[in-house]
Ligand binder design. Structure first.
Ligand SMILES: [Zn+2]
Length: 203
């Protein structure tokens, strides 16, 4: 039996043919309702646009002041890399390393890998690294905490707002947009569709 185009429901193992999906259609398991896949004809172009925008916004976010605080005539300016560097200076190198990894380096690596994978798929280049890179992207995205960090910043703003005047810098808005594009990039990367495309390219 040729199982090309078939996908087993991750929840109850029923087999479904997802190769007949039309542009913009989603498939759910008819037995348990588990989401299976969404097909978009322009998925690679979309993900390339989202990932390249996200990378540029991250570069902007790392280059300009994130926030400045004014209290009792004193002003201090903080950049995004300083959020991690300050932890280092306060004697918490492990935590500094994790913060930098979760909010800057892992998201940047995920984006670069997604960009490479999508460019290869767009030009139908059969490269040996497609499968390992695909697996690495899905594993690494669990370790990126872009949205968690940004929500944490918003919550802490409410507290700091009572003690000092807080001015959001260019980097803050760039990181907000970066978070949005990062989420859009991951949302565009439909696991079932990508594995099928990689398999089709390598068969
Ligand atoms: Zn199911």
């Amino acid at each position: 039996m040729n199982l090309e185009g078939f996908l087993a429901c991750p929840s109850c193992d029923v087999l479904f043919d997802i190769s007949t999906l039309e542009d913009g259609e989603s498939a759910h398991c008819s037995r348990c309702g588990h989401f299976l896949s969404t097909y978009r004809a322009d998925a690679t172009q979309r993900v390339i646009a989202y990932t390249s925008s996200a990378l540029m916004l991250l570069a902007l976010a790392c280059s300009y002041p994130f926030m400045s605080f004014k209290a009792s005539g004193l002003e201090s300016v903080m950049t995004l890399p300083q959020t991690a560097l300050n932890l280092w200076h306060y004697g918490m190198p492990g935590l500094a390393f994790l913060v930098a990894a979760f909010i800057i380096f892992i998201p940047a690596l995920v984006l670069v890998l997604m960009l490479a994978l999508n460019v290869a798929l767009l030009f139908e280049r059969d490269c040996d690294w497609l499968r390992p890179v695909g697996r690495l992207i899905y594993w690494l995205q669990n370790w990126s905490m872009v949205e968690v960090f940004f929500i944490g910043v918003l919550v802490s703003l409410v507290k700091i707002g009572h003690m000092a005047t807080v001015i959001m810098g260019l980097s803050f808005w760039a990181y907000a947009l970066f978070s949005l594009f990062f989420v859009l990039s991951l949302a565009g990367l439909d696991r079932a569709q990508y594995w099928q495309r990689i398999e089709a390219l390598q068969s």
